[in-house]
Design a protein around this ligand. Structure first.
Ligand code: CTP
Length: 406
């Protein structure tokens, strides 16, 4: 699980969004984290410590002094964990952190903390816009704290605008980056995902069964591991992964243009999209009416995106995918040669639990040089991690090669 073996400190301050922190804690525990909650006095006006205690199985820390407090907790808590998330962070907490105050347990923990911090402000829209709050946030960011911008929408005070605590799933994603190895930091990763739609007329199109799940998982995992990620996605109902720059396209021709435009500045291209090989030769402007007994359509072959861009490599690692129903390895190797790939990920799409639409995949990673790596049936996110391991391994080998040659 994403947070197995990770210790997370959740600091809750006193805003109405404190109730959402309970859901955040529940998700983190569900993903394997051991969670310690620290609440400010005003947070306890909104939610009782018992809620968090029940969710985490651990005593909630609330005070510096008194019979309930542990000696030296104000020092140790911010140092023993893997990451700290402050959700919701009120304008008052932000102000105190920026000024370096330590007048309660949470702010004192933060003064002594040595671990990565994710700050999730939630407040009234005018408070958020107040220059003093913005200046405080800038100061905290300058000190290395990661800021998660609030979401926009209806606020508890009746106003509409920026100030909502982001949904717990998004906070979990932002936090995942803080506890993941940053072995792709500074790398620009370009991923394609999903099917393409090739129009016959304004309401009908040619497509395939791809859902985009494997490509989206690659984008998510690459971002968690520190990369700057652009996801070129064909039509898909999946939500844009947090932190990823998503570009929606429709047809194979749109996808080719989007990839071409971004390939030169990318460090790696992962071509996970199931690009339609053909398009109707002519897309009708008006809806095709019924009435004819037989109809024939002419199809024209789409350009092969990999064949167009991969020969222009200037150091990029290019990864292709081969979904096959037979001759898996020989077909994958042929595609690797013909499409100038550094790595190909082959999967057998005959299996019901692997390939299109499902959440699991069984693939073999085949490098240009070296032995194939067959993987067991895994979640698409686990597969994505293994693919990114192979990509990171190629980079390391190249860097070693250029260091030895220097
Ligand atoms: N691909 C591409 N452009 C296309 C078709 C496919 O870049 N027009 C990419 C896919 O994104 C994938 C790889 O090529 O990474 C292999 O795709 P696949 O559909 O398996 O191969 P095809 O070359 O289309 O061969 P075939 O359909 O005949 O198996």
């Amino acid at each position: 699980m994403l947070f197995t073996g990770k210790r997370i400190l959740v600091g809750v301050s006193g805003g109405i969004a404190a109730y959402k922190a309970a859901e955040l804690v529940r998700r983190l525990v569900g993903l394997g984290a051991r969670v310690k909650v620290v609440m400010t006095r005003s947070a306890r006006e909104f939610v009782g410590p018992l809620t968090f205690q029940a969710l985490t199985g651990e005593k909630v820390a609330t005070a510096m002094f008194g019979p309930e407090s542990e000696p030296l907790e104000h020092i140790s808590l911010g140092q023993e964990v893997d990451a700290i998330v402050l959700a919701p962070a009120t304008a008052n907490l932000i102000g105190k952190l920026a000024a370096g105050l330590g007048d309660d347990l949470l702010t004192t923990i933060m003064l002594a903390a040595t671990k990565p911090v994710l700050l999730c402000p939630a407040m009234n829209v005018e408070m958020w816009a107040n220059p003093v709050v913005q200046q405080n946030l800038a100061r905290l960011q300058g000190r290395g704290i990661t800021l998660m911008e609030p979401a926009s929408g209806p606020l508890a005070c009746g106003a509409v605008g920026l100030g909502r605590l982001p949904e717990p799933d998004l906070i979990v994603e932002a936090l995942a980056r803080l506890v993941s190895p940053q072995d792709l930091a500074g790398r620009k990763v370009l991923v394609t995902a999903g099917p393409t739609h090739e129009d016959f007329d304004p309401v009908r199109f040619l497509t395939n069964r791809s859902s985009g799940k494997q490509g989206y998982a690659l984008a998510r995992v690459a971002w968690r591991r520190g990369a700057e990620v652009t996801l070129v996605s064909g039509p898909s109902s999946l939500a844009a992964p947090y932190g990823v720059n998503r570009i929606m396209v429709r047809s194979a021709r749109d996808m080719l243009a989007a990839v071409r435009e971004r390939f030169a500045e990318a460090d790696v291209l992962l071509m996970a999209a199931a690009v339609s090989d053909y398009r109707p030769t002519q897309a009708e402007i008006l809806k095709i009416k019924r009435g004819r007994e037989n109809m024939q359509f002419h199809l024209t072959q789409n350009a092969d995106i990999l064949k167009q861009v991969a020969p222009k490599k200037t150091g990029q690692i290019v990864v292709g995918f081969a979904a096959e129903t037979h001759d898996l390895e020989s077909e994958a190797r042929r595609k690797m040669r013909e499409k100038h790939l550094d790595l190909i990920v082959a999967n057998d799409v005959n299996r019901p639990d692997s390939g299109f639409q499902v959440d699991t995949n069984e693939v073999t990673i085949i490098p240009r040089e070296g032995d194939p790596i067959p993987l067991p049936l895994l979640s698409k996110e686990e597969v994505a991690d293994k693919i990114m391991d192979a990509v990171a391994g190629l980079w390391q080998a190249r860097e070693r090669g250029s260091a030895a040659g220097a």
